[in-house]
Design a protein around this ligand. Structure first.
Ligand code: AMP
Length: 173
């Protein structure tokens, strides 16, 4: 069903800045059938991996992390932008085209050796997901897979991700 989902992704040219074609997934998740296809796709791919936690990356990663975790009988971990998490945090800063960005996780979010899947809506350059991998490993998690609804394959984001971890994507451009 990836084709049905792809049909629902809306392209917004020049957002948030000129030259970027923003892949708007709000038109996927508001459609009950398409949203179900996305969640079922990842649940099926992950069901035999003994997943303890799905770690969602703020903010669109949360939309997928919750229902996938619920269906797998796993928990949800939140990876957020700086200053949002209330307890003690660990952070990773990574390079953007211009400048840097930082993401954080609670220091005690993951018990040593727990099996974690990182989830976001879209893989572009891979900077965000690569930083998320570092965060999860820093706090003791074992990454068993990384999932994205969309992969902008022409940006080759996969090359930034750990080689030994399975990357699961549903819709490719
Ligand atoms: P990156 O770190 O370059 O892989 O960027 C991934 C993050 O930025 C994800 O959390 C996406 O939600 C967002 N993002 C990057 N490029 C786009 C795009 N063209 N359309 C929608 N979201 C994007």
């Amino acid at each position: 069903m990836p084709a049905l989902v792809k049909e629902k992704v809306r392209d917004i040219p020049d957002f948030p800045k000129p030259g970027i074609i923003f892949k708007d997934i709000s038109t996927v998740i508001k459609d009950p059938e398409a949203f179900k296809h996305v969640i079922d796709f990842f649940v099926d791919k992950l069901k035999d991996k003994q997943v303890d936690y799905i770690a969602g990356i703020e903010s669109r990663g949360f939309l997928f992390a919750g229902p996938i975790a619920y269906n797998l009988g796993a928990g949800v971990i939140i990876i957020r932008k700086p200053g949002k998490l209330p307890a003690e945090t660990v952070s990773v800063t990574y390079d953007l085209e211009y400048g840097t960005d930082t993401i954080e996780i609670h220091k005690d979010a993951i018990e040593e050796g727990k099996r974690v899947v990182i989830m976001d809506d879209l893989l572009a350059t891979g900077g965000t997901a690569s930083a998320a991998c570092k965060l999860v490993e820093k706090v003791g998690g074992k990454i068993v897979a990384i999932g994205f609804m969309i992969d902008l394959t022409f940006l080759n984001g996969k090359s930034k991700l750990p080689e030994d971890v399975e990357v699961i994507t549903m819709v490719e451009y």
